[in-house]
Design a binder for this molecule. Structure first.
Ligand code: SAM
Length: 211
């Protein structure tokens, strides 16, 4: 998997100074380097663009790396709503999205994402594209909350579903996310409201379409 991903990154991604600056800003602020890798970011841009996404919801902003990738793919006039627990992270993400030219099209909601999702549902807001990349133990809750506010045909993309390869490779020592992600993948695959596939790019992304 590692070699395959290195190959994909080397052939299908190229230098991106703006995203490199985001990574530098994350490092300079003493934050963990846990943004999506470049190939996953490119896939997010392509999926948003191919699906014509106009109202994107992201769960887990960090420094705005995936937010920029999503915003690059969204349709003209589209908007990104991003849910982030940590105020300082959302501020950095907002500043990076502004540098990328998307400052007026992104809104951050600070606090536990499940609370923000409830607020969005209460307001009757709906979305046509979701990217889930926050605390793994809440993935099943996020999935249900996203389905509740999804438009028909919406895409729900969830990151880290391979748990560093441990969900499929028994020779690797399991991590605390291995069992969580195995169970999550089963839920996604068997969900009556979703048509889904796992794409083994980066740490693995499930891509689901809401029926
Ligand atoms: N999607 C980002 C990217 O690729 O640029 C990386 C997101 S990072 C893996 C996970 C983020 O989720 C962190 O910024 C963390 O603060 C946030 N997070 C963790 N638990 C959360 C929660 N309960 N509600 C909202 N955000 C949460």
């Amino acid at each position: 998997m590692k070699k395959t991903n290195e190959y994909i990154e080397s052939v299908f991604t190229s230098s991106d100074p703006l995203l490199d600056e985001v990574l530098t800003s994350i490092r300079d602020n003493g934050m963990q380097q846990i943004s999506v890798p470049p190939a996953s970011g490119k896939l997010l841009t392509m999926l948003a663009s191919i699906s014509g996404a106009k109202r994107i919801l992201e769960i887990g902003a960090l420094g705005g790396y995936s937010g920029i990738c999503l915003a690059r793919g969204m349709a003209g006039g589209g908007t990104l709503t991003s849910l982030e627990l940590v105020d300082d992270y959302a501020n950095l993400a907002k500043s990076n999205l502004t540098k990328a030219g998307f400052g007026d099209r992104v809104t951050y909601m600070i606090g536990p994402a499940l609370d923000s999702l409830e607020k969005l549902a209460d307001r009757g807001e709906t979305f046509d594209f979701f990217f889930v990349d926050a605390d793994k133990e809440n993935y099943e809750n996020y999935l249900e909350a996203c389905i509740r506010i999804a438009e028909k045909g919406a895409l729900i993309v969830c990151d880290n579903v391979l748990a560093r390869g441990t969900v499929s490779d028994e020779s690797k020592a399991p991590t605390q996310n291995t069992g969580i992600m195995k169970a999550f993948n089963e839920t996604v695959s068997n969900h009556p409201k979703l048509e889904s596939l796992l794409i083994p790019v980066g740490d693995g992304l499930t891509v689901s379409q809401v029926k």
